[in-house]
Ligand binder design. Sequence first.
Ligand code: NAP
Ligand code: MG
Length: 509
Amino acid sequence: MTATVDTQAAEAQALARRAELEKRFAGLSLATQLYIDGRRVDALSGATLERISPRDGRLIAHVSAGDAEDVDRAVASARRAFESGCWSGRSPRQRRQVLQRLARLVEEHAEELALLESVDMGKPYTDALAVDLRVTVQALDFYAEAVDKSYDEVAPTDRDTLATITREPLGVVGAVVPWNFPLMMAVWKIAPALAVGNAVVLKPAEQSPLTALRFAELATEAGVPDGILNVVPGFGPTAGAALGRHPDVDAITFTGSGEVGRLFMRYSAESNIKQVSLELGGKSPQVVLPDAPDLNGVAKAIAGGIFFNQGEVCSAGSRLLVHRAVKDELLELVVEASRRTVVGDPLDPRTSVGALVEAKHLERVLGYVRGAVDDGARLLVGGNRVLEETGGYYLEPTIFDQVDPGMRIAQQEVFGPVLSVLTFEDTDQAVRIANGTDYGLAAAVWTKDLSAAHRMARAIRAGTVWVNCFDESDITVPFGGYAQSGFGRDKSLHALEKYTQLKTTWIKL
Ligand code: NAP
Ligand code: MG
């Protein structure tokens, strides 16, 4: 009786919270135009793109859709601002102060930005606030603080020479980002690029432009000069390609699919050989050895590692590689953990798995599910679209057992809440399977044996290897891939390398 009353009270509270957030969203005046030279402007063609919220399939906004001529305007503005020295010519301390002001403004607007993110692309509002916005603020503070504490070098040449090695900004940086962590990933690029003095033109994904547009206004409010940060929403093949091919863009920093990453290398080769860095997809293995500590905790981390953010995470632990000796026990616990995840409205505080970003993506993920069944994998949990009556794009947490390393579901990036379970007999085989895809973004190893952990961490080809944890991260550590997961790193001081070039000045004394 009391339990029922408690449940009803919790339900009423959750629904009230959801209604409050809906009302708050309806009351926001959305920034929906391009942001160029410190102002909102329409696309020159007048074109717009429709933003459909994946939570209920409803239209939430028409956003200006930029094309080549808008990219030209944005790049021209960025170039002018860069060359004027209004930003690159300020002292590092002054740039620090502006970026710190921006960090504080983002902090003050965290709830609004989290709400925009959640409604625009479907992730739970609570995660948007606790993860995306927290990390965004951290990144702004980190690069702000780094820039006036970095020194250049004097080379150890002979005594009648003074050779200095200084880092200089590149000029105009084009940033092109995906929809899964729209603001956070944009700021992983914008913050270091601006900190060292560049001007930036950002093209957000067509599915998630709202936070970037609002962020650009906050940047102006914080004191980032006009033209130093421009945002041109639009479609990949038009706005994205125009930025990639632009002769006056000095570098492209990209996060997204391998297919589009390849295009950016081609754009560079066919235009001005602009520098390109690519953060691409992954097929990260979670390798569980027979002596793994606390299988219950491991199971939770495995479920969290694939269901967080609807599985729309480039480093998602989409392959569970488990030793035969502990497979049955672990799998049972993972299934239990998956049943505890709550698929639902991103604005409902009880939700842990929100909506997939768009109908087309839901179809794509369902295609992978059908393909895995056809290939002979055993569907253990889930596999179905749910909550269809809401009009939103929801998929149950899904687990496939008896997956062979060669199957499509074990090789290709699904980018949804779909886990593949593979079994191994010894660590050599585990390493072979772990390394047996085109990707190399991240991996985890679960074991009590310190030596085994070190050996596996060395043997696995990936930009990040977690031991007895998953998805741990901090702005102080680099993030990026080996192999076809790309090259160049976001986060940490290493990210600054992508946005600077080295100048040698040789002085004969
Ligand atoms: P995507 O299709 O590659 O899109 C990424 C960005 O590129 C979007 O802004 C997109 O614009 C643009 N784009 C698309 N086609 C283009 C073209 N022909 N020329 C120039 N630009 C173009 O990726 P997505 O579907 O948005 O995101 C999912 C992918 O991103 C997954 O494969 C995932 O693994 C990867 N990802 C990687 C990381 C990482 O750090 N390694 C992080 C997150 C995501 P439109 O929005 O208009 O298509
Ligand atoms: Mg896309």
